[in-house]
Design a protein around this ligand. Structure first.
Ligand code: ATP
Length: 237
């Protein structure tokens, strides 16, 4: 199968700190690929570099093209979309306005309104709260709004930075169900998580990132039972 995104020998440094050191990974079209690893392993840095928000060395190809040629805006236009850990909603604005702003570049295109209806159909809780201010939403609803806003941008590759962060276990399960539903839509997903179990249970393939390097990778179902993963990331289960 051809990969939608392939990184080879990716390096990212903050001055003298090498945060990502020679990472190679691939996301096949229509798959959920997860990168798990502890705090400070370089997960956020990796996503920021793929999005073009940080300079990097190495090669990244996306849809057959070398990404180095593309600015962030070009990457967005080609369907690369990052949902950052902080979710970065417009707190004083309503749910509806957050969704509309997310799709601002596409506002003149046909099907724009239909896209909004699609998002409301997928997230009934957002539809019920469309007039509510974003800052008054619960943590889970905020994550749904961040995902909904990303969907408004018609992503082909959705990069999610710790979507489960700070959420109660039941809500985490709901968010992961939603993410798996996005795969059914044909969206490819690169999911960065500290919640290794939830991530591996949802993903097709997984990578373990430790101090900037991939220490292990394989089909997610195999990693779930790999003693090196269970001992360190799944509480020995
Ligand atoms: P977390 O799960 O805690 O967010 P992470 O795996 O996403 O961790 P990163 O945030 O990518 O890890 O950080 C990787 C390394 O780079 C860490 O050692 C961190 O201290 C360092 N780092 C991150 N951002 C900067 C920065 N702006 N300047 C300098 N060092 C940074």
């Amino acid at each position: 199968m051809t990969a939608l995104l392939r990184a080879e020998g990716l390096h990212v440094s903050y001055g003298r700190v090498d945060a990502v050191r020679g990472v190679s990974l691939a996301v096949e079209a229509g798959r959920i690929v997860t990168v798990i690893g502890p705090n400070g392993a370089g997960k956020t840095t990796l996503l920021a570099a793929l999005m073009g928000l940080l300079p990097s060395r190495g090669t990244v190809t996306y849809d057959g093209a070398d990404l180095a040629r593309f600015e962030v805006e070009d990457r967005v236009e080609r369907g690369l979309c990052l949902v950052p850990e902080a979710r970065e909603l417009f707190g004083d604005m309503s749910v509806a306005d957050n969704l509309l702003l997310g799709a601002y570049p596409f506002r003149r295109e046909r099907g724009f309104r239909a896209k909004l209806d699609d998002v409301y159909a997928r997230f009934p809780r957002l539809a019920e709260r469309r007039g509510q201010t974003a800052s008054t939403l619960s943590g889970g609803e905020r994550q749904m709004l961040a995902l909904g806003r990303a969907l408004m941008m018609r992503p082909r590759l959705l990069m999610l930075d710790e979507p489960s962060l700070g959420l109660a276990p039941l809500i985490v399960r709901e968010i992961f169900r939603i993410i798996m539903g996005l795969r059914e839509l044909g969206v490819s997903i690169l999911l960065v998580e500290q919640n290794a179990r939830a991530a591996l249970e949802s993903a097709d393939y997984g990578y373990v990132l430790e101090t900037g390097e991939i220490s292990l990778h394989g089909p997610a179902a195999e990693l779930l039972h790999d003693p090196r993963v269970t001992a360190t990331y799944l509480g020995g289960a």
